[in-house]
Ligand binder design. Structure first.
Ligand SMILES: *Cc1c(COP(=O)(O)O)cnc(C)c1O
Ligand code: SF4
Length: 343
């Protein structure tokens, strides 16, 4: 299975980078593309000052024209509700800003998260990292080397997660070198990538990505972020097929979002479609309480009720684990569903 990683094999600019550059950054152009009348939109556009708008054209093509309530559009369109402050909401809900090692988060015993690249292809308005200072920065090579040394020194770490921002915003040449070094650490068994990029732009899963990732001599896990059935495109499923054939485990994590995926029917459709595309449902996260995203929040009681409906509708293997993040816990905390009363 081991495949030789060809260093410096990527000399030409990859197509996905061109596609990335052509995305929507201006809400008025996106609205016009969707045949929506922008007359009353004015004040909402101001929310770009809080967090820029970014929407790849492919993702926009999955939206329904003429529908202000489109569940994909609502995730990315700036809103003046982002200016509201709500109690309990902070700039850094997971207390991730200060770490001794920039770009490395070691909160859970056996796995470490490496922030490879700050920015994303799509800016989700509910993102808990929307206030992160690193924004579009990449780590320097020295910082990456320090982080690899940290992993090499701790035998308890058996899994490395490439995260961001979105790690697939980095060039394959850089990722290949990094992954090769990580996979060479004897106690590392798994390399995981957390990314939304293939969902909003399936072209990212090109031959150049496959070349370094598919044959790595460790178990490979790709965790996507899909919140609604309409995000599961045939293009995405086609790009995942060869990766699955190469033994890559593909999982999905979603965030429970008000007005977007907050009913049992929508959740059931999402997880059925995810599974049909060869992706296993993994987590459904309660929203992290980040400043500017309170209008997306679903409280835990309502989340329990939705999950009770999902359990009724789907086989157990299609039901994601409902989790929340609580500081100081050994991992993500499952939300207990047992006491939900029968209807
Ligand atoms: C979510 C997270 C992980 C991964 O947790 P899993 O439950 O294994 O998916 C690892 N490190 C950090 C800092 C995280 O936030
Ligand atoms: S892709 Fe993930 S990290 Fe990037 S903006 Fe969306 S939620 Fe945040």
């Amino acid at each position: 299975m081991a495949q030789i990683i060809q260093k410096n094999s990527i000399t030409v600019e990859q197509n996905w980078q061109k596609e990335l550059a052509s995305g929507f950054t201006d809400p008025f152009s996106l609205l016009s593309y969707l045949n929506l009348d922008p007359t009353d939109f004015g004040s909402h556009a101001e929310a770009r000052r809080l967090f820029p708008m970014r929407v790849p054209r492919f993702f926009a093509s999955l939206m329904e024209k003429g529908n202000w309530q489109d569940p994909l559009l609502l995730q990315v369109l700036p809103s003046n509700q982002e200016f509201l402050t709500a109690p309990g909401y902070s700039q850094d809900p997971l207390a991730e800003h200060d770490t001794a090692n920039p770009g490395l988060l070691h909160k859970y015993h056996s796995r470490v998260l490496l922030i490879v690249k700050g920015g994303c292809a799509v800016n989700c308005r509910y993102c808990f990292r929307r206030h992160f200072p690193y924004a579009d920065n990449s780590l320097s090579n020295t910082e990456l080397e320090n982080n690899i040394a940290y992993i090499a020194e701790d035998p308890a770490i058996d899994e490395v997660i490439l995260s961001g921002g979105d790690p697939l915003m980095a060039k394959d040449s850089k990722l290949a070198t990094l992954a090769e070094k990580i996979a060479a650490i004897p106690h590392v068994k798994r390399l995981r990538i957390h990314t939304r990029l293939p969902v909003v732009m399936p072209s990212r899963l090109d031959a150049s990505f496959y070349r370094w990732f598919a044959g790595l001599p460790v178990q490979r896990v790709l965790v996507l972020h899909i919140n609604h059935a309409n995000e599961v495109s045939t293009e995405l499923a086609e790009k995942l097929a060869p990766l699955r054939q190469a033994g890559v485990t593909v999982l999905n994590q979603a965030v429970l979002l008000k007005g977007i995926n907050d009913t049992a029917d929508i959740q059931a459709q999402l997880n059925e479609k995810v599974f049909a595309a060869g992706i296993m449902p993994y987590y459904l996260h309660l929203l992290d309480k980040v400043q500017g995203a309170a209008h997306f929040d679903i409280d835990v009681e309502q989340a329990r009720e939705i999950m009770a409906g999902v359990i009724k509708r789907l086989p157990g293997f299609m039901v994601p684990k409902l989790v929340t993040e609580i500081g100081g816990q050994p991992g993500k905390t499952p939300v207990d569903l047992r006491l939900y009363p029968q209807d």
